[in-house]
Design a protein around this ligand. Sequence first.
Ligand code: ADP
Length: 289
Amino acid sequence: MKNQIYQIIESELKTKVDYVRSIGGGCINDAEIISDEKGNSYFLKKNLYSPSDMFFKEANGLNELRKANVIRVPAPILVNEKFLLMEYIRSSSKSKNFDENFGRAFAHLHKFTTNHFGFYEDNYIGSTPQKNISNDEEKNDWTKFYWNNRIMFQFRLLEKAGYADDRMRKLIRNIEDHIDEILAGSENIPSLLHGDLWSGNYIIDDNGEACLIDPAVYYGNREADLAMTKLFGGFSSTFYKSYQEEFPLPVGYEYRENIYKLYHVMNHLNLFGGGYYSQTISLLSFYQR
Ligand code: ADP
């Protein structure tokens, strides 16, 4: 299969692969830098075992982010069930104004909006399916979209996997009863979201600026994207200050932040188990009345 991938690349790009350097795995896939006889370099992600549509969804997400044209995103070049070939981003060290520029660019990304919540296709958050296609009510109402397609979707997976005990069920039911109050004061604007922005999902390009990779794109409330950046840390106070200057958040974001972290923590519990159970319980407990 390995050779077959290079053969496809060579025939599609009408070139010869000269040199391949493995850079090991990301969280999910194997990665390589490929150079061809014309002196071009490409970044190749491959996975012989991933769901067949995973790379197509990633390529579509990258293309959607590129539409906003406010922050660097590698261009997908070839996509197939087993691999995604994209523009290779040469890296360097951070520019002097890296954090400020990144915060501002992220705010500009969120100013890229559409009419409905969701996306034209479902995709993945990590390797978990992420539901973006929704009914008319959810398309127009962020609270309904978020509750049904994010929290309840993950909760059902937790039930199937046997993580949802009585304590968790009770906490979830209580939040369901209060979700309108919890999200009261939120904007109802579908912004373009990266969907999975933690410090491992941006790289630094040769201009010293941020480049987004590995998205779980959809149109949603921008607070969901910001909360994800807070989950594992790695974004500076300058980043948030410049975001806020460019596109101030509505009052109450700090209170709502945990409900947005919850989606990702539930997903981590589904994917990795272990300590994410107690983190899920603690985020759920935050909103108990
Ligand atoms: P995974 O989906 O397996 O988590 P990633 O997309 O995160 O893989 O990529 C793994 C690593 O490869 C990243 O952490 C980054 O260092 C590097 N990388 C990803 N995309 C590119 C690219 N287009 N150009 C150069 N390096 C990249």
